[in-house]
Design a protein. Structure first.
Length: 432
């Protein structure tokens, strides 16, 4: 990343779409050379791509469908490492609550996180294309943006939620930003290398889990339960610092997947998967068919197979379903049959603020430093947890709608924009 180069593929800016379709295909999208002026031919600015905003909103609220169970579990963040968040078994216990919890969590676990990761790759490609159209070098100032995102993630990790995704995204973005300035051949090699390494790693972990004796999940760590039920906020921060290495294990374990999904997002963007065109609609239909047609049956089998297949389901099958979700949501939006599309779009336009905000709300609602709902409703079944998700989602949708009526960007987005926008010195001379 020591040198900068002009981007080699023009396209829409971060808030605009192209009015023409390139000859890229889903399997091998090609890049269009940038003219010497740095302006992309046939890349006139159009309207904002509504599908991307809706997908971001769905991804944010979808990740909450998983994270809400962490906040409401005794021991909270630490309970993840104790295996206390395994899916319930609706076969052995076909009670309505068990079935509802299984379906709710199965539809979300890993799928919306993968969707969010793909969309980060799309956003990176859009910024790259914007720089290309302006004739600016790449990666240019982007490393500063990634560093700022890492800082935001670090603050979020320490103060709010140990299972933050922003830090991992920032590191991945630095690598992918460098790859965007390389040839398509290099990017393709990086994509498949990352996928191969990740699949091999997951395969070894799954085989090791199958070969090891079954161990029953014990009681939650009483110290962790007390920490989140009765401990102070500084105590929780100190706990995250003391256990930072183990609590940051997921982005390390899944780094190959992160790189693959970022690059997949780049390829899908360049193939026109998010464009309101006939070609885009056909591509989204194929994504829905393959992603859901293969992913849902395989995911169901892995989920019902028990905890030995958890890693396989979350880190291999879930990304396939996420691709299907893109196609399904796009199909519904194209036909104007997607309930709450406008609300999802508002959440998507304030995605960073909504992501941090939902975790902050859950922390204040569930932990002892706030209302302490986790301790109050311990053993009450899954219904209140799903109700909490609905309430927080409604708050985010309402808050984003009200905010965007007055401001162009979400609050954290505005802070990021202010911090990263170069200051221009007023060169006008004062008259004496």
């Amino acid at each position: 990343m020591a040198h900068s180069t002009r981007p080699d593929a023009p396209g829409p800016s971060e808030t605009t779409s192209t009015t023409t379709t390139t000859t890229a295909t889903a399997t091998a999208p090609t890049a269009t050379a940038v003219p010497a002026t740095g302006k992309a031919t046939d890349a006139a600015a159009g309207g904002r791509l509504p599908l991307l905003d809706v997908l971001r909103g769905a991804a944010i609220l979808g990740t909450l469908m998983t994270n809400v169970w962490i906040f409401t579990s005794p021991g909270s963040e630490w309970s993840v490492l104790q295996g206390r968040l395994d899916l319930p078994d609706p076969v052995s216990d076909p009670a309505p609550g068990t079935i509802a919890e299984f379906v709710f969590r199965f539809l979300a676990d890993g799928k919306f996180l993968s969707l969010l990761t793909i969309l980060f790759g799309v956003g990176l490609a859009i910024q790259f294309d914007s720089a290309a159209r302006r004739g600016q070098p790449w990666p240019g100032r982007y490393p500063r943006r990634a560093a700022f995102l890492f800082l935001e993630g670090t603050v979020h990790f320490l103060l709010v939620f140990a299972w933050d995704v922003l830090m991992g995204y920032a590191v991945t973005a630095l690598l992918v930003a460098w790859l965007l300035a390389r040839s398509e051949r290099v990017r393709r090699a990086a994509l498949w290398t990352a996928a191969t390494v990740h699949l091999a790693f997951v395969g070894l972990v799954t085989l090791g889990s199958l070969a090891s004796p079954d161990t029953a999940t014990g009681a939650p760590d009483p110290d962790a339960v007390r920490l989140y039920a009765d401990g102070s906020w500084p105590d929780q921060i100190r706990f995250r610092l003391d256990h930072a290495l183990i609590l940051r294990i997921e982005p390390v374990f899944s780094f190959g997947l992160l790189v693959f999904l970022f690059l997949l997002g780049v390829r899908l963007h360049r193939a026109g998967a998010f464009a309101p065109t006939a070609a885009g609609r056909r591509l989204r239909a194929r994504m829905a068919g393959w992603g859901l047609g293969l992913g849902l049956p395989l995911g169901t089998a892995a989920a019902l197979g028990g905890s030995d297949y958890f890693v396989l389901g979350r880190y291999v099958i879930a990304p396939l379903v996420a691709v299907g979700y893109i196609g399904l949501i796009g199909w519904a939006l194209d036909r104007r049959v997607l309930p709450g599309a406008a609300a999802l779009g508002n959440v998507g336009r304030t995605a960073l603020s909504a992501y941090v905000g939902q975790n902050l709300l859950c922390m204040l609602l569930c932990y002892g430093i706030g209302l302490g709902l986790t301790a109050r409703f311990a053993g009450s079944g899954p219904w209140w947890v799903m109700g909490l998700w609905a309430a927080v989602s409604l708050a985010l949708a309402t808050g984003s709608w009200l905010w965007l009526r007055r401001f162009e960007r979400g609050p954290l987005e505005a802070v990021q924009h202010w911090a990263l926008t170069p200051r221009r010195t007023d060169r006008r001379t004062a008259r004496g």
